[in-house]
Design a binder for this molecule. Structure first.
Ligand code: BGC
Length: 269
């Protein structure tokens, strides 16, 4: 655990936390003292290893299975979380996937899968969390806010992405989901924000970094000249969930090494 943990006594749910960004976020929140639900849909052994790592660091965590796009499974997961931890203070809506194809070849099934997981899944989990935040209200010993939601968006909420139209559309939707929720719920002291990761070294974009040629091409899109690490996002999420960011709501914080700065224009245009 960190020397000065910011989230002691808080209960957090991180969706899609058995790998990649979600795993790093779950570990970072636990290092700051939060009790963490490690949600997963497949590969329970990976979720168990995240739980084990958190426990080895002196933290508290459980793994819970649910498909975030399934209303019944989401509601059952929240009930299991309340049985284990009593309530929820922090939701990190992280679960997401890509099903890439040329636009003319994109199947309706792949369109719907990506929208269902990346966008509807965030709605379903956020709605359950908000119901509990409103029921419980603020606990001043825990946090200044009644609850915090962090949506994992992407640089592709603003950067159009050919060959990935379903994914970019889902992230554009996440931006308006986040902002509209933030506007509606701020008077109830619920903070809703997004993180917009750039290229972070995880399984989702392996083909973009797993050969020197691919990495070199990727780095032309990143002015800061390094690929992101999951821990870059974990640390940011822990801060955004804490009272140190209490006056921040309705905002996407890009964590992208400058990918959203239109690097192609640095010597052109
Ligand atoms: C995507 C990655 C991609 C990154 C930058 C992310 O949202 O999931 O595949 O590398 O955006 O383009």
């Amino acid at each position: 655990m960190n020397n000065n943990p910011k989230l002691v006594g808080q209960a957090a749910l991180v969706t899609g936390a058995n790998s990649g960004i979600g795993k790093a976020v779950a570990i970072a929140l636990a290092n700051d003292g939060a009790k963490v639900v490690v949600n997963y849909v497949t590969k329970p052994e990976l979720a168990d290893s995240v739980v084990d790592e958190i426990k080895a660091n002196g933290g508290t965590a459980i793994a819970l299975q649910a498909d975030v796009s399934n209303e019944q499974q989401v509601q059952a997961m929240f009930q299991q979380m309340y049985q284990a931890f009593g309530t929820i203070d922090i939701l990190v809506n992280n679960a997401g996937l890509q099903k890439d194809s040329a636009f003319q070849d994109m199947s309706l099934a792949d369109w719907q899968l990506v929208i269902n997981i990346n966008l509807t899944g965030q709605f379903l989990c956020a709605r359950e969390a908000v119901r509990e935040f409103l029921r419980r209200g603020i606990n001043p010993a825990i946090s200044k806010a009644a609850g915090k939601i962090i949506c994992m968006s992407s640089v592709h909420e603003v950067i159009p992405w050919g060959g990935h139209v379903n994914y970019a559309t889902s992230k554009g939707g996440v931006m308006m989901l986040m902002k509209s929720m933030a506007q509606e719920l701020a008077p109830k002291k619920i903070r809703v924000n997004s993180i917009g990761p750039g290229a972070i070294q995880t399984p989702i974009n392996k083909s973009a970094w797993d050969t020197p040629e691919a990495l070199e091409k990727l780095l032309t899109l990143i002015p800061y000249d390094r690929i992101g690490e999951p821990e870059d996002i974990g640390k940011l999420a822990a801060w955004m969930a804490s009272d140190e960011s209490d006056y921040i709501t309705g905002t996407t914080i890009f964590c992208d090494g400058g990918m959203t700065l239109y690097p192609g224009f640095s010597t052109n245009g």
